[in-house]
Design a protein around this ligand. Structure first.
Ligand code: PHE
Length: 335
């Protein structure tokens, strides 16, 4: 039996695995239940004790070596198989994606307002004159229409790329009865010179609240709630402003503080950061949208998402948002 063990040792050491089938042939021949090695074990059990003592070690070593050879062959055949023959495997391993910073900011703002009962509304990016301007109290030929340098549709100037998401609020008011509590996030377009601070498209979130007895104080409290939740700041101020669709109108600043150099740069040394425009919905707008201003009142507000994201993430240039540069985008992975 000694000689037999050596012969088989020699055989398995030189066994050539030249295809995946030979791996299985090896297993069948040497290690399966009827294979050479298990059969030798059967014979081994019949031997007299002194021969057993002499052969125990070599026969066990043979078995272990055969198992090792089989395992190695299996592994390299799987690898060879995969790289040579599995054409369905993806060419590159897939990187985990990241959310766009503007999406992160939008979702956070949406979340803050949905917690206090606002729903989310959307509308078309190509708008008609009525929803973008006329219903919002922009008079015909009024310079306010130029205030928001509009991209008109060349073949039909009755249509334009919306300049703000206030157009969505008109659609909501036309189709819903008060109470209305909605926020409208979306992309808007203005024909502006492209620079580090402005682009010809950007994103807004506007809010609208209409019910009986809605007052300026309700608006202020709602915006204060937002400032607390989003910026972690508890002081805001309102400065008189003008929008055709609200009266009175205001710009809202949040008190940022002046603790360090970044605060100085961000607030131009004032300690105040401008975050949004707002106002009480003009009665003419309510009437245009079929809501009786004698019964209902409301407020609206609107903010730019890019501006907030630049500030939140300390990004120096608005153009980076639309360049799709992976080195930039991957920094937001996991957020
Ligand atoms: N629509 C305004 C803008 O685009 C923002 C705004 C919305 C202001 C609602 C007041 C009320 O600048």
């Amino acid at each position: 039996m000694q000689a037999q063990i050596e012969a088989i040792l020699n055989e398995i050491k030189h066994f050539s695995f030249d295809s995946p089938e030979t791996v299985e042939q090896f297993r069948l021949k040497y290690l399966s239940r009827k294979g050479v090695i298990p059969q030798m074990f059967d014979a081994f059990k019949q031997l007299p004790p002194d021969e057993k003592r002499a052969l125990g070690k070599p026969i066990n070593e043979l078995k272990r070596l055969a198992e090792d050879i089989l395992n190695d062959a299996k592994k390299s055949s799987v690898a060879a198989n995969a790289s040579k023959e599995d054409f369905t495997r993806p060419l590159h391993t897939l990187d985990l994606g990241s959310r766009h910073p503007l999406t992160l900011i939008r979702d956070e703002i949406v979340d803050i307002f949905t917690r206090i009962g606002f729903d989310v509304s959307t509308g078309p990016e190509i708008e008609d004159d009525w929803h973008n301007f006329s219903a919002l109290n922009f008079p015909e030929e009024h310079p306010a229409r130029d205030m928001q340098d509009t991209f008109f549709v060349e073949k039909n100037p009755d249509f334009a790329l919306r300049t703000h998401t206030s157009s969505v609020q008109v659609r909501v008011m036309e189709n819903q009865k008060p109470p209305i509590r909605t926020i409208s996030p979306g992309r808007v377009f203005r024909n502006e010179a492209i620079s580090a601070r402005s682009h010809c498209f950007f994103h807004q979130i506007e809010g609208l609240y209409i019910d009986k007895d809605v007052s300026f104080a309700d608006m202020k409290q709602t915006i204060l709630y937002f400032a607390e939740q989003f910026f972690g700041k508890s002081k805001i101020r309102m400065r008189p402003s003008y929008f055709p669709f609200t009266e009175p109108s205001a710009e809202v600043d949040v008190y940022w503080g002046l603790k360090n150099e970044v605060d100085y740069r961000l607030t131009k040394g004032t300690g105040w950061l401008e975050i949004m425009g707002c106002g009480m919905v003009d009665p003419a707008v309510l009437t245009a949208c079929g809501i009786d201003p004698e019964v209902y009142s409301g407020f609206a507000f609107g903010m730019g998402i890019e501006r907030i994201a630049l500030n939140r993430f300390q990004i120096p240039d608005i153009r980076i948002f639309s360049e799709n540069d992976n080195r930039f985008l991957m920094q937001f992975a996991g957020l």
